[in-house]
Design a protein around this ligand. Sequence first.
Ligand code: GLC
Length: 529
Amino acid sequence: MHNHLWWKRGIIYQIYPRSFQDTNGDGIGDLEGIRRRLDYLTWLGVDAIWISPVYPSPMADFGYDVADYCNIDPLFGSIDDFRLLLDDAHGRGLKVVMDFVPNHTSIAHEWFQQSLSAKDHPKRDWYIWRDPAPGGGVPNNWVSSFGGPAWTFDEATGQYYYHAFLSSQPDLNWRNPDVCCAMHDVLRFWLDLGVDGFRVDVIWHLMKDPDFRDNPVNPGYGEGRGEIEKFLQVHSTDHPDVHGVIAGMRKVIDAYPDRVLIGEVYLPVERLVTYYGQDLSGAHLPFNFQLLEVAWQAQRVADLIVEYDRSIPDGGWPNWVLGNHDRPRVAARIGEKQARVGTMLLLTLRGTPTLYYGDELGIGKIHIPDHLVHDPWEKNEPGLGLGRDPERTPMQWDASEAAGFTTGTPWLPLSSDHLSRNVVLQREDAASMLNLTRALIALRRSSAALSVGTFALLKLQGDMLAFERRYSEERVIVVLNLCHNEECWDMPADVVGKILLSTGLRAPDEPVSGSICMQPDEGVVIRCH
Ligand code: GLC
């Protein structure tokens, strides 16, 4: 198992830094807070942390609007704090993955200020400037992912600039070789400091159609959906030239040993897997977000696993995500009981799992009163359920007033949920989601079959999903009951084993053969003799 690189056998834990741990009382998490919680992360047993952006930023999109790629925003600390965190993490054997946001900067970035200053400024072409359409108006029909036009007019120079997200997040022009060089230098800056890799923000957006053709109308668009869905993003994203850009980043990263490149890609599977790149020259792990969207039924989940498995190019390594800072939390999507089953799935599938902070406690949907909404998407398109604040609320450490997160007022509200759902309480409770997650992590780490073994789907029965993982002589079977009823699953004739772990109340070591009666909402891991 140790012949496999850390990012293949390991488990990644995503930290949304604003919400993890505050240490200076301003209600916003910081790097020192993450450092002080490293003992918790090693206790939990994860291998790596990925930290959402901590760069200097006006925070219009909470750090995804970067004003300086080679520094730390004072809200989060300093470069020295970052070094300290990195050293302490490495000292504990934890890897640290940075968020890299190459598609766009903040308008506050000096590159954009220079680009804006004059049409003939050498930095003009670092961003995407177009003349108005003949007769006036926006250059084409591209829409911002957060609603509204993706073009903003600059009176002084008479042109529009393109922004796939907020007007304060202008897109960089990756067709300009100077942009590539500058961004490669950014990667080297952090690699030289010692970071273990990058999660690349909206990597499928980097190259656009050079002719800026209109996007076609989406025939499937319906009321109540975000404006971005009115059009199919075929010309504004996923241009084939993007793979050359990613291969360029890979070359930079591959000059350093053992680093990982993860790409954020929201595309259907057949497009997603192209991000492994020609001859695997692309992202090591193009994020696989399918579990965030699938209808929670055994058949549907089985179908997507099979399709994904079949689509991955030879030598490509799979990965799975159950939650992140952009999508409703797993317990909010499928309920608290099934979230336990989902976590068992995440941590037993073949491929690197990414856990989202707080999901190990089973945090569900936290209500955000209108006057406390922060997310710009919710502000732009209110009431459609697009807002991302509910999955970004502070980590629930204990039952004190601000959940042990801050001594001040948390930037996003906590609900009373933290009184009964927090790390302190759940550590004491053997049956808690936290202890289940920890046990699953320990099991995965101790088992070559679960970490790096082969995968085979077993017979579907009722709403139960079952699969087998094998490595050499080790054979493990996972059975997951995705419904709220008791159901029996008939074991393959040659299986005689014992329970290693259940999401329910079943005792470990219980012998199993023939048929196993699953409790409602139960998942089990079985070791075969
Ligand atoms: C990614 C980030 C998201 C951000 C967007 C624009 O999707 O995960 O939080 O708003 O990119 O940078």
